[in-house]
Design a protein around this ligand. Structure first.
Ligand code: ADP
Ligand code: 5GP
Length: 193
């Protein structure tokens, strides 16, 4: 039986550990790919264009919006972030699961536009732990950290819109929880047709 892949939305506040969990998950599954987003933010040290993000100017990003090349996009912490549409349908048809690691406004748009999605909210065990992780990562200036922490409180309030809620207390446990979700979702009757 040729099954279509699943479109998986993983969202949650900055610093909760989405990137860490996704990296581990992808290293274990060759049936799942990560959608590389477009952003107008500057690359962090070590980030590579086309691998971590497609780094583009604001003008280039706005042209992509005009040309309808994005599945969704959002303005977050002073920059644009968006999901390129063309590769997604191709991967799904090839039977690959596609992971979107995106913030909550974009997640909401995908939930509305693609009803057959699997949505997972990832949370840190507490706001205190979230703050420790954001600071511990050491990739943002203090002002950006403050902005992201403020956004986190509002983002946490959107968790009820997701089908699944995964606490990232330990990376291994969080990955196992997501694998359990994927295993169950892949057996949904409507996916067998
Ligand atoms: P996000 O992608 O959600 O912004 P990251 O994956 O960059 O978050 O994680 C933020 C920081 O927290 C990183 O320094 C990462 O190593 C750390 N981290 C992630 N998950 C855990 C965990 N379960 N326990 C402890 N530290 C974690
Ligand atoms: P960061 O700057 O830390 O890489 O990302 C900031 C936030 O933007 C994170 O919550 C991340 O998940 C989100 N993000 C990354 N790519 C996209 C995207 O394509 N669309 C949306 N809406 N959010 C994204």
């Amino acid at each position: 039986m040729n099954k279509r892949g699943m479109l998986i939305i993983l969202s949650g506040p900055s610093g909760c550990g989405k990137g860490t969990v996704v990296k581990e998950l992808l290293s274990r599954r060759d049936d799942t790919v990560l959608s590389v987003s477009v952003t107008t933010r500057s690359p962090r040290p070590g980030e590579v264009d086309g691998t971590h993000y497609f780094f583009r100017t604001k003008e280039q990003f706005e042209e992509m919006i005009q040309r309808d090349e994005l599945l969704e996009y959002a303005s977050y912490s002073g920059n644009y972030y968006g999901t390129p549409l063309p590769p997604i349908e191709e991967w799904l048809n090839a039977g690959k699961n596609v992971l979107l690691e995106i913030e909550v406004q974009g997640a909401q748009k995908v939930m509305e536009r693609c009803p057959d999605h699997v949505s997972v909210f990832i949370a840190a065990p507490s706001l205190e732990v979230l703050e420790q992780r954001l600071r511990g990562r050491g990739t943002e200036a203090e002002e950006v950290i403050e902005r992201r922490l403020n956004a986190a409180k509002e983002e946490m309030a959107t968790a009820e819109r997701y089908r699944y809620y995964v606490v990232n207390d330990e990376v291994e446990l969080a990955v196992q929880r997501i694998e359990t979700i994927l295993a169950a979702e892949s057996m949904c009757y409507h996916r067998m047709k």
